[in-house]
Unconditional design. Structure first.
Length: 298
């Protein structure tokens, strides 16, 4: 049934109570497999499903080299999903110590995970690369090229980052078949400003000559690495998959692989009155993921 979880807490009130109304429960609730803990099952609903959406819509295949941009809980889930679909090498881009440790703990002999901390890198543009090939002068992009003999990666799973993250993804993904799969949400803090500016003329000077462009509420895409529109790169922008069938599929995979996404919970509370504190922990980047236990009797 075409039901979106965005309805919860918006058109359907009460999502932060112990009990609330969920329409079409038979199509949206999944049966937890025997042996799967409630904490692991909880992260299958949103976090794992979003990470798997990134890998599935990005068409990750056996033998792919993958870069995961943003290694919060969604990015960590995308690492697991990419490994499940056969990635042979994963670059995990992030700077938070808790996330880096979790990402490294997911490394496998058949699929190593290499951490790229953008706050620590100082990698120069590889010899032979045109300066415009790295549209944002990103050390991460330079490092990716250095580690892939200048070829870039087969897939980029975009799970976080700033307004320039899409440019970085575009620059580092391979020509002729590379895919960028985005599950990140852009622009929440700038909606008011962009609404006021959208469509208005912007005036700027280049070598003393005044030029004009319209202000647009937009994400950036670099012309050079897109081959002026002919680079053979694909871009997919997705809302996380949901529904009973997909959820039960993810829970089954997690159980069979003996994977424990509950490790992403780095802070927990008891009592629904602590939801506000938990939300601020997430906003202030004080935890990878926060768990709030209800006081309801089983």
């Amino acid at each position: 049934y075409p039901f979106s979880a965005h309805s919860l807490g918006k058109s359907i009130d009460g999502a932060f109570q112990e009990c609330f109304y969920l329409p079409h429960a038979d199509k949206n609730c999944g049966k937890i497999p025997e042996g799967l803990s409630l904490e692991d099952a909880l992260l299958c609903t949103d976090v794992l499903q979003t990470g798997f959406t990134a890998a599935e819509e990005g068409r990750v295949e056996r033998g792919n080299t993958v870069c995961v941009l943003g290694i919060g809980a969604i990015g960590l889930a995308a690492i697991f999903a990419a490994q499940y679909y056969g990635a042979k090498r994963i670059f995990a881009v992030g700077s938070r110590e808790e996330s880096k440790k979790l990402a490294l703990s997911m490394a496998k002999e058949a699929c190593p995970v290499e951490i790229l901390d953008y706050k620590e890198l100082n990698t120069t543009l590889p010899e032979g690369k045109h300066p415009l090939a790295n549209s944002t002068n990103s050390y991460v992009v330079n490092e990716i090229w250095n580690r892939t003999d200048g070829k870039g990666v087969d897939r980029v799973l975009l799970c976080g980052g700033d307004e320039y993250a899409l440019c970085e993804a575009s620059d580092m993904v391979k020509y002729g078949g590379g895919v960028v799969s985005n599950v990140a949400y852009f622009g929440a803090d700038e909606d008011i400003v962009t609404e006021e500016l959208s469509g208005r003329p912007l005036h700027y000077l280049i070598d003393g000559e005044e030029r004009e462009k319209k202000a647009v509420d937009a994400l950036y895409l670099p012309k050079f690495s897109l081959g002026k529109g002919m680079a053979g790169k694909s871009f997919v922008f997705s809302l996380s998959k949901g529904g009973r069938a997909h959820l039960e599929k993810i829970m089954k995979i997690v159980r069979e692989k003996d994977f424990h996404p509950s490790a992403f919970f780095t802070k927990s509370y008891r009592g629904m009155e602590n939801i506000e504190a938990a939300l601020y922990d997430m906003k202030n980047r004080e935890a990878v993921k926060v768990l709030v236990y209800s006081d309801l009797e089983e």
